[in-house]
Design a protein around this ligand. Structure first.
Ligand code: ADP
Ligand code: MG
Length: 238
């Protein structure tokens, strides 16, 4: 079964046509990277998949179910934002448990999931701290932990490393690859960084001006770019 299918998805804001006939599939367990220049529609596409924006037309299927009218909290997905979007008045534990508490999940289950996620992310010493007391890298791990405790089938990452310095970016990239292996979930990862795309992806979707330019494995895109744009972005210098 595919984790996600988009069929001819369009999104306009007023008369600004941002997403144009987006058709793609994410297989179960696949790590798919969306790449493209700033302003090409990557964040809008994630927000439409998450249900934070409605598609103007087209079909969205998650886990085989049409979800166009399903609210974000019922789509079985979790999103990690570039800005982290942590609640400043809540501790690390509070940030990680909020969604599960709102869903009225049993206390023992919530504690167990926080314990597991904080162990995976080395957040155990920080559970009672507040976001303002954490480094950028630690905040990013809390944002990832908040997604993990919900045990989503599909993770959406919107440029999660772009606010980190180069060394931390590399470490966190390796951690995300390890998490993908450990969690057995599908992941969509947005970046404008070609090294991140080439090293993390099973499959890359190249976007330009709201359209899909090419879809393929890193090697396929590198060796057989469909056009100059893809070549310039990912391919070998020719
Ligand atoms: P990216 O994430 O690739 O940088 P975005 O998805 O943020 O691109 O934006 C794509 C385009 O859609 C931009 O031109 C942006 O100005 C426009 N856009 C995004 N959100 C809105 C909105 N809520 N209202 C109007 N235009 C928007
Ligand atoms: Mg963006």
């Amino acid at each position: 079964m595919t984790a996600l299918t988009l069929n001819n998805v369009n999104k306009s804001f007023g008369n600004v046509h941002v997403l144009k006939d987006i058709t793609l599939e994410v297989e179960e367990g696949e790590f798919v990277v969306f790449v493209g220049p700033s302003g090409c529609g990557k964040s809008t596409l994630l927000r439409v998949i998450a249900g934070l924006e409605d598609a103007s037309s087209g079909d969205i299927h998650i886990g085989g179910q049409q979800v166009n009218l399903v609210p974000p909290s019922k789509r079985g997905i979790a999103m990690v934002f570039q800005s982290y979007a942590l609640y400043p008045h809540l501790s690390v534990r509070g940030n990680m448990t909020l969604a599960l508490k709102q869903e009225k999940q049993p206390k023992s289950m919530i504690e167990e999931r926080v314990a597991t996620a904080s162990r995976m992310l080395n957040l155990e010493p920080y559970l009672d701290r507040y976001p303002s007391e954490l480094s950028g890298g630690q905040r990013q791990r809390v944002a990832i932990g908040r997604a993990i405790v919900r045990e989503p089938k599909l993770f959406l990452f919107d440029e999660p490393l772009s606010n980190l310095d180069a060394a931390l970016r590399m470490n966190t990239r390796i951690e995300i690859a390890n998490l993908h292996r450990a969690l057995d979930a599908s992941m969509i990862y947005v970046t404008h960084d070609q090294t991140e795309a080439m090293t993390l992806a099973d499959k890359i979707v190249v976007l330009r001006d709201g359209r899909v330019e090419q879809i393929g494995s890193p090697m396929e895109l590198y060796n057989n770019p469909a056009n100059q744009f893809v070549a310039g972005f990912l391919g070998s210098p020719s």
